[in-house]
Ligand binder design. Structure first.
Ligand code: ADP
Ligand code: MN
Ligand code: MN
Ligand code: MN
Length: 345
């Protein structure tokens, strides 16, 4: 038997954006535990905005498990928060009720800032560094400093060792800003992995005395880019059948559901989706081929391939909840009939 360190990780009840929480319990198993072997656990919900003090027990239900490469015999356990009965989802538990479809693939591009002493890493104590231009995909101390790359590489290795589909890294447009991409099949699988990748980044940077700033526009109304979490998506139908008529019907439905999407695409998005800095205004839906100033960017490959493949919704922001983002995308897709389009074509 081996004593495993089980890190139970969950989303708290803070609004508009939940924070990650985690605590450890030690349990003995003959080998690396499966999801089914992991017991329910509890926590004090009155400290996480999930319960009143007089009745504060909440239940943690394991829903995904990954090896924890930062710890000897470590296990990362993604959990849903349940009511004391263990079966009713807590109101803060969005994962329990989202739409899912294993045939729907999601690729999230998580942008974020490294922060130190209350400002982006590499910013001088007062004023600003040289304007944006050389930082995006930049190299060299002048552009990326001396520690950011070390952290993103370490984070990449942790994600890969945990079995998370980390797909890539790039330095972003603003100084101190970076991106990583996570891909998953099914909304729960993709979003679980994104939350876990966020957790690993937050935990990793503790020892560097560096914070992760997920706010979508930390530098306000300036000439410094905000942070998004572009959601690339495709269903089996989009990849295998597609077609121009279906694509246009889909875009019309995205237009119609504009406010439902914006509602779950992350807080303060009106400050980021201004029409500047490669964004579209938040209150007007648009799409365009290879257009980084549109709400949805249609890759060249999509059009060339008879309107088959994936699309990029550029509106979700860095603080958005990938569970709710993926679910809203699936909801809008579900409202477009594939039968009607095929019959009409
Ligand atoms: P860019 O910065 O040019 O917008 P990235 O390379 O950062 O693009 O991100 C593209 C994302 O699209 C990746 O996360 C990738 O996993 C995802 N992706 C690629 N193909 C598909 C697909 N068929 N369905 C869903 N997502 C996809
Ligand atoms: Mn990208
Ligand atoms: Mn980017
Ligand atoms: Mn993108």
């Amino acid at each position: 038997m081996t004593k495993y360190k089980l890190e139970y990780i969950w989303l708290d009840g803070y609004v508009p954006t939940p924070s990650l929480r985690g605590k450890t319990q030690i349990k003995e198993f003959a080998e690396f535990p499966t999801l089914e072997q992991l017991p329910l656990w509890g926590f004090d919900g009155s400290s996480t905005n999930q319960a009143e003090g007089h009745s504060s027990d909440c239940v943690l239900k394991p829903v995904a498990v990954y090896p924890d490469p930062a710890r000897t015999d470590g296990v990362l356990v993604m959990c849903e928060v349940m009511m004391p009965d263990g079966v009713t989802p807590h109101v803060s538990n969005k994962r329990a009720t989202i739409l899912d479809d294993e045939g729907a693939w999601f690729g999230f591009e998580q942008e974020y800032f490294f922060y130190k002493d209350g400002r982006p890493l590499g910013f001088p104590e007062s004023g600003y560094p040289a304007p944006q231009g050389p930082y995006y995909t930049g190299v060299g101390y002048r552009n990326v400093g001396d520690v950011a790359r070390k952290i993103v590489e370490e984070h990449l290795d942790l994600c890969l060792a945990a079995g998370i589909n980390h797909e890539g890294i790039n330095a972003e447009v603003a100084k101190g800003q970076w991106e990583f991409q996570i891909f998953g099949k099914g909304s729960k699988k993709a979003a679980d992995q994104m939350w876990m990748a966020r957790y690993l980044l937050l935990r990793l940077t503790e020892k560097y005395g560096i914070d992760i700033e997920f706010h979508c526009k930390p530098l306000g109304d300036t000439d410094w880019n905000g942070s998004g979490m572009h959601a690339n998506f495709s269903t089996a139908y989009m990849r295998e059948v597609g077609g121009k008529a279906y694509f246009e019907a889909l875009m019309a439905q995205f237009d119609k559901n504009l406010m439902d999407h914006i509602a779950v695409y992350g807080p303060d998005n009106d400050k980021r989706l201004t029409g500047k800095h490669e964004t579209a205004p938040w209150n007007k839906f648009s799409y365009g081929v290879a257009d980084r100033g549109a709400s949805i960017r249609v890759p060249h490959s999509f059009v060339k391939n008879d309107y088959k493949g994936y699309l990029e919704d550029r509106r979700p922001n860095s603080q958005g909840d990938p569970y709710q983002i993926a679910s809203q995308i699936l909801k809008t897709i579900s409202e477009v009939s594939t039968a009607a389009v095929s019959a009409a074509a």
